[in-house]
Design a protein around this ligand. Structure first.
Ligand code: KG4
Ligand code: ZN
Length: 340
């Protein structure tokens, strides 16, 4: 297809963010995200509540995205949506909405894998660093995923390793919960860690084969550690919050960096791109920056708004699929488990 102005409306509803974006080719015109705060009081995402909130949010969010982009529905070339992986009830809202709207407008429908989108976020046109060249290594780190992926081209990706239990964002959030911090605790641990000593307390690193991860043991060892300390001093957490947070964050970052180093060693690829909500962590950002000088890596971190769940990343996959005329049929169904 010749280069021209293609307007893609993208919809993301896989977890607890309802998002819609409009792209003109690889440029984002708007990217509206409605974060569902209802889950905060429960200390984690409640699937049933997430589906209901998506249903309330989806129409206003799509309207806002179109209005901000100053694009009318009739100008749209196609509609891209997250097919999976994610929470089934949440995915159903976005999937059904996208199918109906594409049918109503008589335009193509494009299905997108959410994990591929986290990686493709690096290809959104920006004014900063150019995108990584192929092949490169991607590490997606969020509340729902932890994977190291070999990216051979836009559509050819191989998962080299992933978590066997909790995602890294869950490790942050569950540790924070043990410390009495509100959900999501990852950003708070990051903030308090800046004022603490990362070597104050030592937590064991899991022994997991190859490029796989495991974070559930870490949570348990933090729980036992806190219980033990609190027996001797009930105010232990309060008095040592900064040092505990710094030590937890240090352990998690060591786990991530060890696996990245192993991935570089086995693939001989030194281009590293990260994505997902945990990519916002200041510690991982400075570790990766340091690896540029210390290890000769080239690292890529998308803008924060494209790290956390957002529809712009769905739109960029939509654009590349649009160029290939890779369209979905109206029979398509959401997939809670959708392997890359
Ligand atoms: O990508 P995301 O918005 O949603 C999914 O889980 O897919 O990621 C949210 C996760 C949460 O676990 C949150 O605690 C974590 O990202 N997070 C952080 C930071 N900011 C967000 N974790 C550590 N440090 C941060 N600065
Ligand atoms: Zn995600």
């Amino acid at each position: 297809m010749k280069s021209q102005e293609n307007f893609i409306l993208a919809i993301e509803s896989s977890c607890d963010d309802t998002s819609a974006a409009v792209l003109c080719n690889d440029t984002v015109l708007s990217n509206v995200v409605a974060t569902q705060h209802i889950h905060e009081q429960y200390g984690g995402v409640v699937p049933e509540l997430a589906s209901r909130a998506h249903q309330q949010n989806i129409v206003p969010v799509v309207h806002q995205a179109l209005a901000k982009a100053n694009i009318a529905k009739k100008q749209l070339s196609a509609i891209a949506f997250t097919r999976g992986p994610g929470l089934m009830g949440s995915l159903l809202v976005g999937t059904s909405f996208a199918k109906s709207m594409a049918l109503g407008l008589g335009i193509p429908l494009i299905e997108v894998n959410h994990m591929q989108a986290h990686i493709m976020a690096h290809f959104i046109k920006g004014d900063e660093q150019p995108p990584p060249s192929f092949p490169f290594l991607a590490m997606t780190i969020s509340g729902g995923h932890t994977q190291i992926i070999l990216v051979k081209d836009h559509f050819n990706m191989e998962v080299l390793g992933e978590t066997l239990d909790d995602a890294v964002g869950e490790a942050f959030d569950k540790s924070a919960k043990l410390l009495g911090l509100p959900y999501p605790g990852g950003p708070l641990i990051d903030e308090y860690a800046k004022k603490g000593n990362p070597k104050a307390f030592v937590f064991p690193k899991p022994k997991v084969e190859g490029l796989h991860f495991s974070f559930s043991g870490l949570k348990t060892s933090i729980l036992y550690f806190i219980q033990k300390q609190q027996k001797a001093n009930p105010d232990f957490v309060k008095e040592n919050l900064h040092d505990i947070c710094a030590s937890i964050q240090f352990t998690i970052l060591e786990i991530l960096m060890d696996k990245l180093k192993l991935a570089v060693k086995t693939t001989k690829i030194k281009q590293i791109a990260i994505g997902g909500g945990v990519a916002a962590n200041s510690g991982i950002r400075s570790r990766l920056k340091a690896a540029e000088t210390d290890l000769g890596w080239t690292t890529y971190i998308p803008k924060f708004e494209y790290c956390t769940d957002n529809a712009a990343m769905i739109g960029i996959v939509g654009y590349y699929k649009y160029l290939q005329q890779d369209f979905a049929s109206q029979n398509i169904a959401a997939k809670a488990r959708y392997i890359l």
